[in-house]
Write a protein that binds this ligand. Structure first.
Ligand code: ASP
Length: 597
């Protein structure tokens, strides 16, 4: 009754057919006797022409129509007159000569014009009127892409014998390193559910159940401070397999990612098979465990070169157990003071106390090449020629380059140089936006020291297994134990991570103890898992991929909010529903909750 075709469907081959369309008024142009309406739906836009002489009733109705009115139009498809075809629309060669126009609903004037230009509109307004924002072509494209990616993932895994299983949202704490969102129970007052930070333990229990290959497009809930690539609830492709080692998970996921990249977007993949880097190597070369491999500018270590230097800023740091590391900014020697101040500020954001810089004016092969005019730098005169030549060689710097150095704790130097490297990559135009550079990162430490709490915590989560050869050192040298964990990184974003799990209850207890968890807490929080492990748990492992991030990277969106239909703001609010919001005192009473604020 409402429509025979979509607004994106009509072509020259439909000419002379009688059709009915329904959609929204994108634009209305009133030329007196002729009204032009661009009618829009999810599929496209069709031009409708209403002629006052031939169809006065339709014309009278069309003259009332305004932007975003919902119309039904019946008429005949015809070729647009010579010279008026519009190649911007797939339907641009034809128009619908309207015979009947009906207003199905009216619209108030929308707060912003429904077009991709509304990207410039304040995001708050877009989120308050998300249903209008989602009418825009770019947002619709993002939702369509998300759907297509999820459909392909499902097909890929189903072909490989995976079963999709839903797991509960009302559950007990499932730690992934964030705070839990909690839900009070009415039936058991004083007790709470925790929303799962991931289905981690559930998928492991499914392996104990013998499912062998599980996946889920799973919603995860983590109460943590939000950033551009985080939401309090987000979606993962979560999967788990029995009888596997890390290589099996990698060789399952890699072809899937390649297929998704090839089928859904124009980016070239830089390298296959994806490079596999250890955590250590990543930190040394890039200062981060999520390296952007689209460009070089690798870090170099100048600790050995400068440890004996007369210049105490460097040798003093080394004597205190710190490092001196650097990057070379290609062609950056001539930067202004202002630009250098900006880079120094960036290094400070990474925690560094300062940034040393040396602009290289001439090529240097050894110490004898070094003279007065070789460097533009406030520190060059404090360093001897051998040290300077050593720095140039270690960084591979050439005339016109700028050497940037950070002397600090290893972690601080890494964090600062990672920020500098990223900045150099984009300001020096070294990043090809049409490139996808994937890599795997492996051999993460199993534990890290929480200096404040004075105890070890799991780097990944407490169900991750140590490497077989490392278990012996768990008690005596926990910091040296490496995990059977792996991340997959794309263009500097961690898009997924997983591990081989502990499947032995004795080992699992051993790990909980290494985390200084009291036995009573272990039983209370994880007794169910330990018990399950007593009934024939198979060796197993898995991975979770951040679906929102993947779709955002594929869509070229800078924020995951743009690929989520109803996202929350950076303060965790939903601006459309205006929540979180207080609840009735009656509801609180039923839950046995007394408010103190
Ligand atoms: N549960 C983990 C996470 O959400 C992923 C995994 O280990 O499979 O990060």
């Amino acid at each position: 009754m409402y429509k025979t075709h979509t607004c994106g469907e009509l072509r020259l081959s439909h000419c002379d057919q009688t059709v009915v369309l329904a959609g929204w008024v994108n634009v209305r142009r009133d030329h007196g006797g002729l009204i032009f309406l661009d009618l829009r739906d999810r599929f496209g836009i069709t031009q409708v022409v209403v002629d006052a002489d031939r169809h006065p009733d339709a014309h009278a109705i069309a003259s009332q129509a305004r932007s975003e009115f919902v119309l039904k139009v019946a008429g005949t498809v015809r070729e647009r007159p010579d010279g008026s075809a519009n190649p911007a629309f797939a339907t641009g060669e034809v128009e619908l000569a309207a015979r009947e126009v009906a207003i199905l609903n009216r619209s108030e004037t929308p707060p912003f014009y429904i077009s991709d230009e509304a990207d410039e509109t304040d995001e708050t307004l877009r989120l308050q009127y998300r249903y209008l924002d989602l009418r825009r072509p770019r947002m619709l494209r993002n939702l369509r892409l998300r759907h297509a990616i999820i459909s392909d993932i499902r097909a890929y895994l189903a072909e490989r014998d995976f079963i999709e299983v839903e797991t509960p949202h009302l559950l007990k704490s499932t730690p992934e390193g964030a705070r839990d969102f909690v839900v009070p129970s009415r039936l058991q007052q004083g007790s709470f559910y925790a929303l799962p930070q991931s289905p981690q333990q559930l998928k492991q229990l499914l392996m104990v159940a013998g499912l062998d290959r599980y996946f889920q497009i799973a919603r995860c809930f983590r109460d943590e401070d939000l950033r551009a690539d985080r939401q309090p609830e987000f979606t993962q492709l979560d999967l788990e397999m029995s009888f596997v080692e890390p290589e099996d998970i990698r060789s399952l996921m890699e072809p899937l990612l390649i297929q998704l990249a090839q089928d859904h977007q124009a980016c070239r993949i830089q390298e296959t098979p994806f490079p596999v880097l250890t955590y250590r190597e990543c930190m040394d070369r890039f200062g981060t465990d999520r390296p952007d491999l689209r460009f070089g500018v690798e870090l170099f270590d100048a600790t050995a070169i400068l440890q004996e230097s007369e210049f105490k800023v460097f040798s003093g740091t080394v004597a205190r157990g710190g490092v001196v590391k650097g990057v070379v900014h290609p062609g950056g020697a001539g930067q202004s003071r202002r630009e250098i101040d900006r880079l120094t500020e960036l290094a400070r954001q990474g925690g560094a106390r300062g940034l040393a810089w040396l602009g290289l004016e001439h090529d240097v092969t050894d110490a004898s090449d070094i003279g007065d005019g070789t460097f533009r730098s406030p520190i060059a005169r404090h360093l001897d020629p051998r040290e300077l030549a050593g720095l140039v060689a270690a960084g591979g710097a050439r005339a016109g380059d700028m050497i940037l150095l950070v002397a600090d704790d290893e972690q601080v130097a890494a964090a600062s140089l990672h920020l500098l490297r990223g900045d150099i990559g984009s300001t020096a135009g070294l990043i090809d936006p049409d490139l996808f550079a994937f890599c795997w990162v492996t051999d993460f430490p199993l534990l890290e020291l929480d200096a404040e709490a004075g105890r070890w915590t799991a780097v990944h989560h407490p169900f991750t297994s140590a490497r077989d050869q490392d278990w012996d050192r768990l008690e005596d040298d926990p910091g040296s134990v490496l995990a059977k964990a792996y991340d997959v990184v794309l263009n500097g974003w961690e898009i997924g991570g997983g591990s081989i799990r502990i499947h032995d209850q004795v080992r699992q207890q051993q790990l909980f103890r290494a985390l200084s968890l009291p036995d009573e807490e272990i039983q209370r929080e994880f007794g169910h898992l330990l018990k399950a492990f007593r009934y024939g748990a198979p060796p197993h492992g898995g991975i979770a991929m951040g679906l929102d991030r993947i779709v955002a990277l594929w869509a070229g969106a800078s924020n995951i909010r743009d690929v989520i239909a109803f996202p929350k703001t950076a303060t965790g609010s939903d601006l459309l529903f205006d929540c979180p919001a207080p609840i009735d005192s009656e509801q609180l009473l039923e839950l046995g909750i007394d408010m103190t604020v």
